[in-house]
Design a protein around this ligand. Structure first.
Ligand code: URA
Ligand code: SF4
Length: 249
């Protein structure tokens, strides 16, 4: 019954952006800030927006400022807004997507286009929201890259590598109890795996001790609605995991 409800409410309209087909570049350790794309003279002191502060030590305000001023990869030149993330800063659920699209670039918020409508419906079906709510119900949503790739092309390995420390720091600050990795880029970034989503979904992985569930990207589901039932199963698996997790502060 629930499954029917979930699937019915997940209907949306047109296809979303193209999915992904590339592997990410060399792994970038969480604690190692990526080098700027352009060689710059040494900076005398830490400047918000540069990597001089050390992304791995930033609080939310510094991290936000660093992303909004970031020029570490060439995606900065085409953006209208950076798309940092949205939701509860100590959410139990953290959702990781791919890259901003046109609407996200315009509004500066992740998943506000067609894929976002589907995501919101999926979340609602398991009692979750991006809007104000306690941390068990309000998720945190972030992408693997914070600037829109032109024409919604796939982010390139170098762009993913440059942007990754921001996502890693967001996860460290949120300290989620569960990560839902949606689509191949999120999986490549967090699990360092090139296996197809279909092979990784349906079981529990770990990201630095945090349970991680893999599922299809909403843009993929818009083009392949027959797989919505599997995504529903993935959400149920995630919910089940959290309901079994010991209550910690
Ligand atoms: N797709 C994503 O992965 N992220 C967004 O923010 C929008 C669409
Ligand atoms: Fe910086 Fe990430 Fe934007 Fe590239 S995509 S400019 S690394 S914020």
């Amino acid at each position: 019954m629930l499954a029917e409800m979930g699937i019915r409410v997940w209907n949306t309209g047109e296809p979303g952006p193209a999915t992904v087909a590339e592997a990410v570049a060399e792994p970038t350790a969480a604690a190692t800030p990526a080098a700027p794309a352009v060689v710059q003279p040494p900076q005398p002191k830490a400047v918000p927006g540069s990597r001089a502060l050390g992304v791995d030590a930033m609080d939310w305000a510094a991290l936000r400022a660093a992303v909004s001023g970031c020029t570490a990869c060439k995606l900065c030149s085409g953006r209208t807004n950076t798309v940092f993330g949205v939701g509860h800063e100590r959410a139990h659920w953290m959702i990781v997507g791919e890259a901003p699209g046109e609407q996200e670039d315009r509004q500066g918020e992740p998943f506000v286009g067609k894929s976002g409508m589907l995501l919101d419906n999926m979340l609602r079906a398991v009692g979750l929201t991006r809007s104000d709510a306690p941390p068990a119900e309000q998720v945190y949503i972030a992408n693997t890259v914070k600037c829109r790739p032109p024409g919604n092309r796939n982010p390139e390995p170098a762009e993913l590598a440059q942007c990754e420390p921001f996502l890693i720091r967001q996860i460290a600050l949120v300290q989620p109890r569960l990560i839902l990795a949606m689509g191949r880029f999120a999986v490549q970034s967090l699990l360092r795996s090139d296996e197809p989503i279909g092979r990784l979904r349906g079981r529990v992985h770990q990201y630095q001790g945090v349970p991680l569930v893999v599922t299809y990207h909403p843009a993929y589901l818009l083009r392949n609605p027959e797989d919505k039932a599997k995504s529903w199963d993935d959400l149920c698996l995630a919910r089940e995991l959290l309901s079994k997790a010991p209550a910690t502060p």
